[in-house]
Structures are given as C-alpha cells and as structure tokens.
Design a protein around this ligand. Structure first.
Ligand code: SF4
Ligand code: SF4
Ligand code: SF4
Length: 462
C-alpha cells in the first residue's frame, strides 16, 4: 500500500507542506527562547513553557516518531530550515574526503552529541533550568549556522547533525520505507531526477535500509520523479535491521554510544546496577583526584558512554571469534551490533514514556501561565495539586513497561539477531549459529537486567 496515495495529486506539494511545518516549528522555537530567557529558578522545571516543551514534548516526540517512520522528525526540523537558509552564503567548502569515509562524520557527530550535548545536560542539569535550555537551543542553532556557512549545501544534515547517528540507526527499526515502486522504471529512467533533487544524493534505484539511514523524508524525490514511481509503504517492524547487512565503522560506533547512554539511564534507577556500572569511573576519580572538570563528569562520560558498552560488545565479538573461528572479533561486532537496536529503541521509548506520562498533565498549566512562576508558586503553597500521570500509574505502568520491553525489545532483538545471522551466513550456517550465540546470550542477560530494573524502580518501591 502506497501511503502517499492518501494525498492523491497533492503529494507533489509535500515538500512545500513540510517547509511550512518547519517554519511553524521555528516560530515555536523563538517563543521558547522568549519564555525561557531570564528564568533561573529550578522550581519551574515542568511549569515553564521552554523546559516543558523541550524535555517533556520535543525530545520524547523525536523518539516516538521513529516508531512510525524513522527520521520523521527531520520532516519538520527547524535546524534544517536554518541550515538551508544559510547554505547560500559563506565559504561553500567541500567536505574533506577523509571525513566522508567509513562513517567518520557519524563518529564525530556522536562525539558532539554525547560528549558535548548529552554529557553537558547530565553534568549541569540543563533540563532542570529554562535559561540553560535556551542556551542549549542557541548553541544547537549556532552550530547549524556555522556549518552551513563553512561548507557546501546540505552538509549539516548529511554529515554534522548530532542526531544523525542514532536517528539513522533507529530508522532501521521503523515499519515504513520510501522506495522505488518499480525498479525496472528506474533502470530505464534517463534523468534520474530523484538523485538530482535529493539533498543527500540518494538514488531510488538502489535504495536499501543502509541508504535509508540517510533519508530525511523531505519528499523532494516524490515531487520530482517524472514517472510517479516512488512509494512510501509499510514493512515489518525491524526488517531494516537485517535486510541490508553492510555496516560502517561509524554506524557501529553510534550503536555502541546509544547502548552506553541507555545502560546508564536505566541503571541509575536500581542501586545494585548503579553501583556496578559506576565502580570504575568512581575508582578512577579517586585515583586521579579528578572527578569533574569545570563541572563536567569526565570519567563517567567516557566510561559509561564509550568504554563500557564497547567492552560488552567486544567481549561478545571475542567469544564469537573463539567459537566460530572464521572472522575477527571486530567484524562480528560490526555484523551483530545492529541486533541490539530493538532493545535499545524499546528502552529509549520506555524512558520517554515514563517522562511524558508523569509530566504531560502540566500542559494546561503551561498554556495558562507560560513563564510558569505563578503555577510553581501555587503548587508549592498547596493551592494547586501537581497533575497525576496521564495514562497508567504505579505498578500498572511498571508491569506494562516490563511487558513492552520483553516483547518489543528483548524478543525483537533476539529475532533480529537470528535474522542477521541467517542473512550474513547463508552459506555457512555453522558459523552463523556459533557467532550469534554470545550476542543472543548478552541480549537475554541484559534484557533481564533492564526488566528487573523497571520492576525495582516502579513496582517494588510501592
Ligand atoms: S538531520 Fe538533523 S538537522 Fe537535519 S533535518 Fe534531521 S534532525 Fe534536523
Ligand atoms: S526519477 Fe523516478 S523513475 Fe527515475 S530513477 Fe528516480 S525514482 Fe526511478
Ligand atoms: S530520498 Fe532524498 S529526496 Fe527522497 S525523501 Fe529521502 S532525502 Fe528526500
């Protein structure tokens, strides 16, 4: 079923409609800057429009949208609007070849996303303060402008956006895909208008799940294809994880880092796990006498977001190498790291669901009092009661999320890993089986720990 048919002939206007959506988004961003500027109190964390929209609506929405169509957020992203606006000016330099090779820019953007943006949010509590959230928005916007002014057109979204790494990977889990409806038509197509108008130079004739990681869903190809030959259709959940086995170093690095972030964010909610995962960075801080540099949690960021997840996957790769005896540990890691994606996505969704469920009830207050000071004061003095969770509450929420992680995440990852093994080792089933075993066991073990963490965090505490 071609979902674009819902729009009929209007599908040609999709890029314009998306452009309007980006402008509306930009207007909201300007409002956020206005209402968060000069708001220094932590009391308005959920009652101020800026901190509420960024941390309770915006970030969760980006992840929830993945479940529908991968990089759906890109269709309305204000940063693309800004980058496109500044693309016409400046130096227009070509991106160096070494940066384009083997996904180097994904590594670079993940380093920026995790070790600058995410770690700063964690270290300085940016999400607790409206004025810091405004600075966060301005830094992101300035970064897009600088890249647009230095490099040639479309460089920011293709190589430098901090969301490229994890959104690209998650795209493989999405149940929808943009494809050529008839590959024979593409073969005989002379002008290849889809490539000419694609900001990332993707060709529909060879589009697969690997290339789809780079698709911004801007719909320029749909508008310009002279043969009306592009379809936006459903596929099985997670199919993209195994149906296109090519992997870049950068893509694997992105999985490792997202894995690290989610282990940390889940682990913090169960004391035993928290102590286990922070044992090494705490020991390093004691040994060196340095825990923070200007408030930045150096050892924790490096260990938790990079070394620890790389070690877990590295051990699985080494065991696979020993028992399968055919390939290197690193190659097995590159092949099987993708299998983790359903579990990581389920954890990411769970984390954001808890946040949205608990805090979305503040929305009517935020609409009435965007600066949030009056509402916060009324809640503090007992005149107003803090809102209840919008959907589930208490242990019901905990059990629902354990079931979700179990079915969507753990079973999804086990199935995806098994399929990866079948696709990659179709000619050598023994190698496929032996190399998959350590990764399957790791998913079962870690999935169990994550489910137990939710139990201890949301059910046992009651
Ligand atoms: S790649 Fe980044 S900047 Fe570009 S549209 Fe997507 S999220 Fe926005
Ligand atoms: S323009 Fe249309 S028909 Fe031509 S290659 Fe692209 S998708 Fe295929
Ligand atoms: S293939 Fe290119 S032109 Fe088509 S939606 Fe994706 S990014 Fe846009």
């Amino acid at each position: 079923m071609n979902l674009l048919n819902i729009l009929g002939e209007n599908k040609k206007h999709l890029p314009t409609m998306l452009w309007v959506a980006r402008i509306l988004n930009m207007i909201i961003i300007i409002a956020l800057i206005y209402f968060g500027w000069n708001v220094f109190s932590e009391d308005v964390k959920y009652t101020n429009l800026t901190s509420f929209l960024i941390w309770v609506v915006w970030w969760p929405m980006i992840i929830f949208m993945v479940v529908l169509a991968g990089r759906l957020w890109c269709t309305m992203c204000h940063l693309k609007l800004i980058a496109d606006a500044f693309d016409g000016f400046g130096l227009k330099l070509k991106v160096p070849k070494w940066l384009m090779k083997r996904g180097t820019t994904i590594v670079l953007t993940m380093v920026i996303a995790v070790f600058i943006l995410h770690s700063s949010v964690e270290s300085y509590g940016v999400n607790n303060f409206a004025y810091l959230s405004v600075i966060y928005l301005i830094v992101l916007t300035s970064y897009a402008i600088v890249i647009a002014l230095v490099f040639e057109r479309h460089t920011f979204c293709k190589y430098f956006c901090p969301l490229v790494g994890f959104l690209g990977n998650y795209t493989r889990c999405a149940p929808t895909e943009l494809r050529s409806a008839d590959l024979d038509k593409c073969k005989t197509c002379r002008d290849k208008e889809c490539v000419k108008h694609c900001p990332n130079k993707l060709y529909m004739g060879t589009m697969d799940s690997q290339q789809q990681e780079g698709c911004l869903l801007c719909m320029e190809c749909v508008k310009h294809c002279p043969k009306n030959n592009i379809t936006f259709r459903f596929r099985n959940f997670f199919k993209g994880v195994w149906d296109s086995p090519k992997r870049s170093v950068g893509g694997t690095f992105a999985v490792i880092v997202v894995f690290g972030i989610l282990i940390t964010e889940f682990g913090e909610n169960w004391e035993i796990v928290r102590q286990t995962i922070t044992f090494i960075p705490n020991a390093l801080a004691e040994l060196t006498g340095v825990e923070n540099i200007a408030g930045y949690k150096l050892w924790k960021s490096l260990w938790l977001f990079l070394v620890e997840p790389a070690l877990i996957l590295g051990i699985c790769g080494a065991v696979a190498m020993i028992i399968a005896r055919k390939d290197s540990a690193w190659n097995y890691v590159k092949i099987y790291a993708l299998g983790l994606l359903p579990m990581l996505l389920s954890m990411h969704l769970t984390k954001h669901f808890i946040n949205v469920n608990e805090h979305l009830g503040y929305l009517p207050y935020v609409i009435k009092d965007p600066s949030g000071a009056v509402t916060a004061e009324a809640i503090k003095s007992g005149i107003l009661t803090p809102p209840s969770p919008v959907l589930f509450s208490g242990s019901i929420e905990g059990f629902a999320l354990i079931i979700f992680i179990g079915v969507f995440g753990i079973l999804g990852s086990l199935y995806a890993t098994w399929k990866i093994s079948k696709v990659n080792f179709a000619d050598d089933k023994k190698q496929g089986l032996f190399s998959a075993i350590p990764f399957l066991l790791m998913i079962v073990f870690l999935g169990g720990v994550f489910a137990l963490t939710i139990y201890n965090w949301m059910v046992a505490v009651l």
